[in-house]
Design a protein around this ligand. Sequence first.
Ligand SMILES: C[S@@+](CC[C@H](N)C(=O)[O-])C[C@H]1O[C@@H](n2cnc3c(N)ncnc32)[C@H](O)[C@@H]1O
Length: 565
Amino acid sequence: MVNVDVCAVCGIPAAGQRCSGCQQVSYCGKDHQRQHWKQLHRKECRCYKATQNSTLGRHLVATRSIRSGEVIFREPPIIVGPKTASVPVCLGCHRNLDATKKFNNCQHCGWPMCGSSCETSRYHREECRLLAAKSYLPQIGFDECNPGKKYSAYCTIVPLRAILLKRRDPQLWAKVVSMESHLETRKNTPLYAAIRSNVVPFVRGVLGLQTEASEEELMGVAGIFDTNSFEIRIPEKSIKIRALYELGALMNHCCQPNTKHYFDDELNLVMIAAVDIPKEETISISYAQPLQATIQRRFTIKQAKCFECCCHRCSDPTEFRTYAGSIVCPQCSKSMVVAVNTLDFRSDWRCEDKKCSYRESAQQYITRNEAFRAEIGQLSCGAGPDGYECLLGRFQSTSLLHPWNTNVLQVKYALTQLYGGGGPGGIGLKDLSEKQLRRKVELCVDLLEVANQLEPGMSPFRTKLLQDLRDALEAMKSISGSSFNSAPAIVVQHPGASWKSHKINVSGAIAYNHATTQPTSLETMSQRLERVEGELSRMMESDPTLRKPAKDAASRTKEARMRMF
Ligand SMILES: C[S@@+](CC[C@H](N)C(=O)[O-])C[C@H]1O[C@@H](n2cnc3c(N)ncnc32)[C@H](O)[C@@H]1O
């Protein structure tokens, strides 16, 4: 048994410095900690192992309890490359090229780059020789009328880089081809046909690699990327690419994930526990958006990742008592309508109250939901807060949509971004009136309640809301001066309490308006701000990307989610 009071290397009293991972070993100082980590401790401290079963395939499980905020692993990418269809991007540093300027073409291969220094980048060197030898020039140009135009020529780069990896490092290549590709399932899809017609003739024909790259291998790589790759978005560097990671490819999905991740400057994937993870629990990420209802999430995941999610959120008709996918019963107006079997796309929906006979088919449910979604989609790109407030009002007057229905939540989330956001239709934080700031705070507080249920802990969704809440509270503080310190914190009364008894008060409690935000909290505004800042600084300790200036950090957090392709 290790004596945790003495240094594991020299045996002198340990001065309270423990391994930041397992906390089970002590050291006299940083030098011995580093030495021990490198020589012995790295393996024994590891908190995950890969395992496999017939339902989940390969996945990672915790080998000991993992503390929220602990780094689970950090690993370099195996292959990095542009998205299948991409705006013009530099193949050296992967930054988007400025579409308003003439591109700087690589003097060897002719592909657009941002400058000569990128021509010799480690990502581009090898492919450059091959591309140059064949004198193939892609039709990627500056399109004045369509600066955001995406080019399918980029879909050839990742398979090409994979074949070059096969040449260079057969062991690593073997790891890549052992990854799940869902090739057979994908074979009859339009996406497969489109990728095939671009990639196979280019790599085998134009580049002449027919002996090195079979059609099966090339299409396998495309499937492996679609199934396992992470989308890396670094808005402040104008980077939006895909990358494949060895451990990352073992991360299974859960709609209530227990990790979050970020990418460092070297594009290493850093996986962090978003909540405390008990020993033996599956370590998961989410491939889905938290504000989608179960039926939508399951459908999107099935399309993109070829499996039907059966996680605890998907199996729970109430979605952790948020009833996010439910409507208020149109017959009794008292209870919620839930799926009879949430794991069956064709399941009927019924009123939760056994005394009410209301029932509808899956088709009825989907058609109604599509109509609500279409209303959101119809809002023009530049629709400002007023447009969204108006839609929110309309949704809530239907008597079917309760405050935490996903359609309502999506509009509320859009409003948190418009109040204080610089995008189209948004009003910058400095230009918000006090009333608008209060509204932003209300919306963040409300959505944080939802985030606590759906994606608790350090999830990107919850982190983003905390950042928005902090920004709004700081702005309020600066305009209201000393009165801020004693003012009671804004509280949103939501009908969660009445839902617990499976009843809702349609006329009163579910109406979300300013009247429902009575300042009943004992907390003051400044105490709330302090609490939020405290939580965010704890988050920053494990995720340095949150330390960036507020705006950058916010957009990075928003983007740091594994995307579906
Ligand atoms: C990134 S890989 C994860 C590793 C994979 N399980 C394997 O064996 O290689 C994604 C694939 O894993 C499977 N998968 C991920 N999460 C799952 C889950 N919650 N239930 C069932 N299968 C899942 C699906 O086949 C999915 O396309």
